[in-house]
Design a protein. Structure first.
Length: 325
């Protein structure tokens, strides 16, 4: 019997996962681990581990006695030390293609909220006024803007496709995706420095890793246009929260639309919560019933492959498990 530990989840039950795994003879253990110590305690004897946000650190991985795989609920896997897992021969898997439309839709919504100032104008009416709640020079039309996309994978390219009808200039940077693919999508391939210097609106769609941590910090912000709009539906760690807050307070960044921040949750007294030129979601871009159910089924099916001894998809750390037969 395989013991499958689900370290944490933000939905009411794991009935979908149980329906797929228990008929295979799996024992499914539900936990809500928030700390390294809790995660070690939950996972020490697990055969397969499923995690949403719990810290699967090197310290956790060192204590694993029988783990055959770790699967992340999501595209990003920055809560898992994939290198430490690889050193121990444990494959780490993700679900790379389950929420493309939802995140791209959220990105477009934050963009439009920023340039048309829906939030500020709504608050103005709530306060009993009628008319425009912001100065006219804070209202923009998309067709006049240069939009810079950082990261041109599945989500970045889906955002680019959504921008085409707006007739704006779209420039893009991705060190992995070839220039030909960016051009084929109707966008201009440029350097990261050109993104910072030339964009009226910048949207982030790169993974969280050691190369992108604090990618948007004081130095990069200083290279941007005054009043630039920043949208982040990728990972909070890509942006230095303190540097962004300071830039918003002095107007260097004109507006930020954020689905993610660092840390999460944002402290209740953090000034980013109260600035008028910010719109923040609490990491909700993937939040539809269909999307979450699809994610859970995909994760459970990946674990099922391991239990059956079949080839495992979506391995991100280069470890290939043995296949029976």
């Amino acid at each position: 019997m395989s013991t499958v530990v689900i370290t944490d989840f933000t939905w009411g039950a794991v009935d979908i996962e149980r329906a797929i795994l228990e008929p295979l003879g799996c024992k499914v253990v539900e936990r809500q681990c928030a700390t390294v110590a809790e995660t070690i305690d939950a996972c020490r004897t697990a055969d397969q581990i499923i995690s949403q946000y719990s810290p699967i650190t090197a310290a956790v991985i060192a204590q694993l006695q029988s783990a055959k795989m770790i699967v992340r609920y999501g595209i990003g896997y920055d809560n898992v030390d994939a290198e430490a897992a690889a050193a121990k021969g444990i494959p780490v898997c993700n679900v790379p293609d389950y929420c493309i439309d939802e995140v791209a839709d959220t990105t477009l919504g934050l963009m439009l909220s920023a340039i048309r100032q829906f939030g500020a104008n709504h608050r103005y009416i709530q306060q009993g006024h009628w008319g425009m709640g912001v100065p006219l020079d804070r209202m923009f039309a998309m067709h006049t803007m240069t939009v810079g996309i950082v990261g041109f994978g599945r989500i970045g390219s889906a955002v680019a496709a959504r921008l085409q009808p707006f007739n704006c200039r779209v420039i893009a940077f991705d060190p992995v995706v070839g220039d030909a693919n960016i051009k084929a999508a109707g966008c201009e391939p440029v350097s990261l420095e050109e993104i910072w210097a030339n964009s009226d609106l910048i949207t982030l769609h790169c993974p969280a890793n050691k190369f992108t941590e604090n990618l948007v910090a004081a130095e990069a912000i200083g290279q941007m246009k005054d009043g630039v709009i920043l949208v982040n539906c990728a990972r909070g760690t890509i942006v230095n929260t303190n540097d962004l807050t300071a830039a918003l307070e002095r107007g260097k960044v004109g507006f930020a639309g954020l689905d993610v921040v660092a840390p999460e949750p944002l402290p209740v007294d953090h000034p980013l919560r109260t600035l008028e030129n910010v719109l923040i979601n609490s990491h909700l871009a993937v939040s539809t019933v269909d999307c979450v159910e699809r994610l859970r089924r995909n994760v459970a099916e990946i674990v099922a492959c391991s239990v059956r001894g079949q080839p495992v998809p979506n391995i991100v750390n280069g470890v290939t498990p043995e296949v029976e037969g």
